[in-house]
Design a protein around this ligand. Structure first.
Ligand SMILES: [Zn+2]
Length: 442
């Protein structure tokens, strides 16, 4: 099976050639001094490409984190705090967008076009608005210093930009019997940039500039660093991804203390807005116990201790019966134990509490395939694709459902569509073999 030029997955042919010819291209042409950091950067990606990549990938990351919170007071607060900082950054023209996502592990991240998110987990760990401004300021620092674009230009993110999520889909769908592959989810962090220690230094420096510029006390930045430094010393699965992507160090903390007391001494005692933070996170903090149960359940799930995991999720649901994450998680735990009917039931409950979010449709689609209800499964995957286009796994499953219903022509169409973006892995082999069997490929 040859890899066609259509594998480029949405990038124009010109963009693809730029990316793939890096190794042989005249490298000197891409070197320029970044006006934000004053550092010479090798850059082969322009602003339009940064925004296009962001728009293609960030929705998948947000959905992998169970969507933007339905707590509108909290969401609007994160958005407003981010925007207050964004107008005074070095790239105010970027289409910034700030989210609090439902995931319960502790993390924050930025995509190169300015889509930025903080999880419920990290929102629960902070104590004032200046800390939130510091966190968002740090992420804005990565966008403004163009760290992700720089990584792409060096080829470190080439796979991610060229293949988009199709490369991940191809490598993750290990076997048809593999649960994680069949659930069709993008694994945590697969789409996130991993920053170097130098990147972190630059993002911290810019982050403090931005939050002080918006009127916050620089002590708030020190507070955030103090919290991260403390967390980084206690190994925990809830912070693994945060520190894998944003390396923490004593030096970052020390630098923050020093900068706050010298360069930004005048801003040291500016307000931290603790009360305002507490007001806007009140509903989230009311769910603290439930979120801790989910965190414990996720840990058990990762260790494949499904009974224990389900126990924690049930406890979480007692405290917060309409929590989308808890409902999805208990569905996953049941599906993993081959309790497909129960898994489907929880997935449908999850859909009912958050119909706009995509993940739960994939879960019920998977359950319905296992229960041999291919027609219903097809509808679920179709709904998923309408909510979140661009995940090739969905296309494969739609073909698989059509095949299950003996609808050869539509099945072949979906398999063909799948093979246009993914040419490796078990799914691709299955799709290819069917197209040969059915006479579509001679
Ligand atoms: Zn960082």
């Amino acid at each position: 099976m040859g890899i066609s030029s259509r594998a480029i997955n949405g990038l124009s042919r010109r963009e693809f050639l730029i990316m793939t010819s890096l190794a042989t291209a005249g490298l000197a042409t891409g070197c320029a001094t970044n006006p934000v950091t004053g550092r010479s950067q090798f850059m082969m990606v322009d602003e339009k490409q940064e925004i296009a990549l962001d728009h293609k990938q960030s929705p998948h990351q947000f959905s992998a984190d169970y969507g933007t919170t339905q707590d509108l007071r909290l969401q609007n607060y994160v958005q407003a705090t981010g925007r207050r900082l964004a107008v005074n950054t070095h790239r105010p023209q970027m289409p910034y967008d700030f989210h609090c996502v439902n995931a319960n592990y502790i993390n924050a991240y930025a995509f190169p076009g300015g889509s930025i998110a903080a999880t419920r987990g990290i929102m629960l760990s902070m104590e004032n608005e200046a800390g939130l401004a510091s966190l968002l300021g740090h992420e804005l620092g990565h966008v403004n210093a163009r760290h992700a674009a720089e990584q792409m230009s060096k080829g470190q993110l080439t796979q991610a930009i060229v293949g988009g999520i199709s490369v991940l889909a191809g490598t993750q769908s290990a076997a048809l019997g593999d649960l994680a592959g069949q659930l069709g989810q993008i694994s945590a962090g697969a789409l996130l940039a991993s920053y170097s220690r130098d990147n972190e230094r630059e993002a911290d420096a810019l982050g403090m500039t931005y939050m002080v510029g918006a009127g916050y006390g620089s002590e708030g930045f020190v507070g955030l660093m103090e919290m991260l430094n403390r967390m980084s010393k206690h190994k925990s699965t809830t912070v693994d991804l945060l520190f894998a992507t944003h390396p923490m160090s004593q030096e970052r903390y020390d630098t923050a203390v020093q900068t706050a007391n010298t360069k930004y001494k005048a801003a040291l005692k500016n307000p931290l807005y603790k009360e305002r933070y507490m007001d806007h996170t009140a509903d989230l903090r009311a769910k603290k116990d439930a979120i801790e149960e989910i965190q414990n359940g996720e840990k058990m799930l990762a260790e494949r201790k499904y009974d224990a995991a389900s126990g924690h999720f049930r406890q979480a649901l007692k405290k917060a019966p309409e929590d989308y994450v808890a409902l999805c998680m208990i569905s996953i735990s049941n599906l993993a134990q081959k309790q497909y009917a129960v898994g489907r039931q929880y997935a449908e409950m999850a859909q009912a509490v958050y119909p706009q979010e995509a993940q739960a449709y994939h879960l019920s689609g998977f359950a319905n395939i296992q229960l041999k209800d291919f027609e219903k499964a097809y509808d679920e995957f179709d709904t998923y694709e309408k909510r979140l286009p661009g995940n090739p796994n969905t296309v494969f499953f739609k073909g698989y459902c059509q095949e299950g219903m003996n609808h050869i022509e539509p099945a072949a169409a979906e398999y063909h569509r799948y093979l246009q973006v993914v040419q490796q892995g078990q799914y691709a082999q299955h799709a290819y073999k069917r197209l040969v069997d059915w006479g579509y490929i001679k």
